[in-house]
Design a protein around this ligand. Structure first.
Ligand code: CP3
Length: 345
């Protein structure tokens, strides 16, 4: 008998006996086997765009832990790269991009070679799809336009988002051209990931929380709604998880109006509020503080239990509130997996 994968069951609104679990950035530097592959590769982007390597590191965490999903190893910044922007990842500095600052700079971007440049991601997805452990689902992903645009305009990570806000608030008409371009190419890219074997999609809007209310509606929520609409029009069955990190009470607007199947909660979202206001509308995912996974022990166990007690009676996927950090002890991840899978509603 074919039993539906637990993650897919939850995303269709069911509550399977076992709470499914995966972890954002589950492939990464906290794993020695990841560091070994990374050391042998020229650069981080080369690793993302070499299908054998991307597939290998995607599967690494699933060999160690009984995770319910593999998330394809890639990065949200492959989109600016495929649009022709210069993107590098520097040791200890994170991503560095040749920043786009003016309308004229937009003219340097082109979607013409996009499909070809991102074909290795599709190839990696096909490899992983053929090698998944039983019961595990394959997740494809992309960044939401606001977050991707922030790296494109700031030239990397930012503390105050001064350049992107100056543009978005000061000249919304020309800023919209960049957002519209990103909606277009991101929707196409996500559809291609589905065709290559992704069974679930997640849209990361890591910096949605830095916007004012109206800015959030226009530059974070609306473009995400449009991507969800386009992808679902093209591939109706595919479940979509949206992660608008840091938006606080505005999570309700996403539950109400984004058309997604699940919302990924950051660690600051109050659990009772999530159960009352959000879970009646969408499945939820989250939201253990990644630093509790570093700390481990009773602090980690108590908070994980509190999350499960509050949210696991409805459609729920256990995850972190943001990605795993490099200093995370591997044993803590193993203990968390045991705790979540041992949980009975
Ligand atoms: O979750 C997974 O295991 C899949 C892989 C994945 C990566 N990045 C790999 C990665 C995913 C889903 C992402 C998404 C991503 N990338 C986001 C959204 C989620 C979030 O964390 O907010 C963002 C904002 C980026 C951009 C990015 N990529 C930054 C800011 C950095 C530097 C930070 C760091 O940890 O070094 C990266 C690099 C990156 N992406 C690494 C990994 C494993 C580390 C690079 C390395 O190995 O040297």
């Amino acid at each position: 008998m074919l039993v539906e994968k637990p993650l897919l069951q939850v995303l269709s609104g069911k509550t399977p006996p076992r709470v499914p679990l995966w972890l954002m950035r589950q492939a990464g530097r906290y794993l020695p086997e990841y560091r070994a592959v990374r050391e042998k590769t020229a650069g981080f982007l080369d690793m993302c765009l070499t299908p054998e390597l991307a597939a290998e590191v995607t599967l690494q965490p699933l060999r160690r832990f009984p995770l319910d999903a593999a998330i394809i190893f890639s990065d949200i910044l492959v989109i600016p790269y495929a649009l022709g922007q210069k993107v590098t990842f520097e040791e200890g500095r994170g991503p560095v991009l040749e920043p786009i600052r003016t309308v004229a700079d937009l003219g340097r971007l082109s979607a013409a070679r996009m499909t070809e440049m991102l074909a290795p991601v599709e190839a990696a997805l096909r490899r992983v799809a053929g090698a998944l452990p039983e019961g595990a689902a394959l997740i494809g992903f992309a960044g939401a336009p606001w977050t991707v645009a922030s790296y494109m305009i700031e030239g990397g990570s930012s503390r105050d988002f001064a350049a992107i806000k100056r543009w978005a608030y000061g000249d919304p008409d020309s800023f919209r051209r960049l957002i519209d371009l990103l909606v277009e190419v991101t929707s196409d890219y996500l559809v291609r990931q589905v065709d290559a074997g992704a069974e679930v999609l997640q849209i990361f809007d890591s910096w949605a929380g830095v916007l004012v209310e109206r800015g959030l509606d226009i530059w974070a929520l609306a473009p995400t709604v449009e991507i969800v609409r386009r992808v679902k029009a093209a591939r109706p069955g595919v479940p979509i998880i949206v992660f608008p990190r840091g938006v606080g009470t505005q999570y309700a607007a996403y539950a109400e109006g984004s058309g997604c199947d699940a919302l990924s909660l950051d660690q600051a979202v109050p659990l009772d509020l999530a159960r009352r206001e959000l879970q009646p509308r969408v499945a939820l995912q989250g939201n253990l503080d990644p630093m509790l996974l570093v700390a481990g022990g009773a602090a980690m166990r108590d908070e994980a239990a509190r999350i499960l007690e509050t949210l696991a009676s409805g459609p729920f996927v256990f995850n972190l509130g943001h990605g795993i950090v490099p200093q995370t002890p591997v044993e803590h991840v193993a203990e968390l997996c045991e705790l979540v899978h041992g949980w009975r509603r």
